[in-house]
Design a protein around this ligand. Structure first.
Ligand code: MSP
Length: 515
């Protein structure tokens, strides 16, 4: 079995999870489930980033020790996962011993190799971003952009990682791996970034200024700076598991691609003699009225409110259907309702109910086999539908492998629309009234055709709406086989299955409030 190791970014615990965090988990879960369906041995990691100034400050504000603060907020992030039906294999917290141990071992190794040195540092420091700033970060009028919060000048002794000496190596790495970053236009941005000279990376903070961090193994007066601690989580979580490292993909948001994931991380790994991941997937942002959804702007949506109101699969469906991986997307309730009503309730929900209802009425709930005769022009509609499916099936693996999930869903919805149109045309409710054996045969064929089309469309969406898929298969009295790709072949798998009478899947929500 092919090993496939996928990770999400680890979330800062200084606020509650919002829709942006939820999206990244759902997207990564969709990829993980898809790879499992393809037969890979998947390891899926997610977790939380618990150290740093902001967490220390938030804990202080609440008047509790930072560890207690982290325990509380991390529990909230962790509790979100089952509610979103996330199939992660592990959850890492950077305050865990298993993580700290590995971070210290990597630091010590790099220190011993002479890759880390101590030097005086003078610079402008942003507490909010936990980083020293450079002149190029200034606005044209010389002031610092809003996102940096309060900026103060600091002179202190610190430890540095020799990043600069690896710049040429990294440039060459990107030349040789032109598809390392998805989407491709983001890799171009990285290559542009690397045209400017790199600085060595400051990796420490004096303990007197920042207590809440991992102690440097070679100098107890210092703790590690945020990225050196956080990035190593991907490795520390699996350091003891044979055959898992390197990661296949790191899924992250575009804001933490350059420089942390696309520059620091490959160089850190290379310097430590560890294999590089196969790639990085950088998704875009969920916006509200054009602005990035975030805790600090106060425009963040609580994903659990939507899950509670519409169900987990409606939520997952919307996120994946709406967002073209790598682009930004605006979240509006109106758009959510449009997709919910027209695609899930009408298109999918109706097909399920028609199939169950008519099989119950005309075949006592036991699905007959199709009686299609290729030479009979009466059956051209069935054949057309199978050809339409075949065209979709041929592209499905490719679309999913290329992270074109939104497009795969769009095409699947079109197929559902075509299936519903087929039913309108066949009108089994009319055929059922006729005693003509030809009509009766066509009736059996139409029941078999609609049920098979439903089974296939549902299989195509299994990794996106897993619990709905399970419910639908259950009412069809069907247990899918272990090989997903075989489940996508048009056939007679449902013949003889005993169907339930009805299934409420996506109940109509209350109409949107009038403004
Ligand atoms: N702790 C760092 C990541 C360390 S990874 C070694 C961090 N945390 S975060 O909580 O700020 O963000 C976590 C992830 O959520 C990031 O990948 C980020 O891009 C993503 N999102 C945060 N807000 C987002 C949106 N509004 N939309 C989509 N995802 C965004 O950065």
């Amino acid at each position: 079995m092919k090993s496939f190791y996928i990770t999400t970014a680890i979330d800062y615990v200084n606020g509650s999870p919002h829709l942006g965090h939820a999206y990244e988990k759902v997207l990564t879960d969709v990829i993980a489930r898809f790879r499992r369906q393809m037969g890979d041995q998947v390891h899926f990691l997610t977790g939380v980033d618990e150290h740093g100034q902001k967490v220390q400050a938030s804990a202080k504000k609440r008047g509790i020790p930072p560890q207690q603060f982290c325990d509380e907020v991390s529990a909230e992030f962790r509790a979100l996962l089952p509610k979103l039906n996330i199939s992660n294999d592990d959850f890492i917290r950077t305050t865990e011993v298993r993580h700290k141990k590995v971070v210290q071992a990597v630091l010590q190794q790099l220190f011993d190799k002479g890759e880390i040195y101590q030097a005086e540092y003078r610079g402008f420091y942003s507490t909010r971003q936990e980083q020293f700033l450079q002149d190029k970060d200034r606005l044209p009028d010389g002031s610092w952009p809003e996102i940096f919060g309060e900026v103060t000048e600091i002179v202190e002794s610190n430890y540095f990682f020799k990043l600069k000496q690896y710049q040429a190596w990294l440039v060459e790495f990107y030349e040789q791996n032109p598809n390392f970053i998805f989407p491709a236009f983001r890799q171009k941005q990285v290559v542009e970034f690397l045209k400017e000279p790199l600085n060595d990376l400051c990796i420490s903070r004096p303990r007197e200024r920042l207590e809440w961090g991992i102690e440097l193994p070679f100098d107890a007066d210092y703790v590690t700076y945020v990225w050196f601690d956080a990035l190593i989580n991907y490795y520390s979580a699996v350091a003891d598991l044979p055959g898992v490292w390197p990661a296949t993909y790191h899924v992250i948001g575009k804001d933490i691609l350059v420089p942390p994931h696309a520059v620091y991380w490959p160089i850190m790994l290379h310097a430590a003699g560890l294999a590089l991941p196969k790639g990085i997937i950088a998704h875009g942002w969920w916006l509200q009225r054009g602005a990035k959804m975030s805790k600090s702007t106060g425009n963040a949506l609580n994903p659990l409110d939507l899950v509670e109101e519409f169900g987990v699969d409606a939520f997952r469906y919307f996120l994946i259907r709406e967002m073209n991986v790598g682009q930004d997307s605006d979240f509006t309730r109106e758009q959510f309702l449009v997709r919910y009503n027209s695609e899930l309730a009408n298109n999918l929900g109706n097909l399920v109910n028609r199939t169950l209802n008519m099989t119950t009425r005309f075949a006592a709930g036991v699905l007959p086999a199709a009686e299609v005769d290729l030479r009979d022009s009466a059956n051209v509609d069935e054949l057309e539908l199978t050809v339409k499916w075949e065209m979709l099936r041929r592209d499905l693996v490719k679309m999913n492998e290329g992270f074109q999930f939104h497009y795969a869903l769009e095409r699947t919805m079109v197929f559902l629309t075509e299936t519903n149109a087929y039913i309108e045309k066949r009108a089994p409710w009319k055929l059922g009234k006729s005693t003509d054996p030809k009509d009766q045969s066509l009736l059996r064929t139409s029941l078999a055709t609609m049920a098979e089309a439903l089974r296939l469309a549902v299989a195509a969406m299994q990794h996106i709406i897993p619990s709905t898929t399970e419910k639908i298969n259950a009412v069809l009295g069907y247990t899918p086989g272990p090989k997903w790709e075989s489940e996508l072949e048009w056939g007679t798998k449902l013949a003889g299955c005993k169907f339930a009478e009805a299934l409420v899947l996506f109940p109509r929500p209350a109409p949107p409030e009038k403004k």
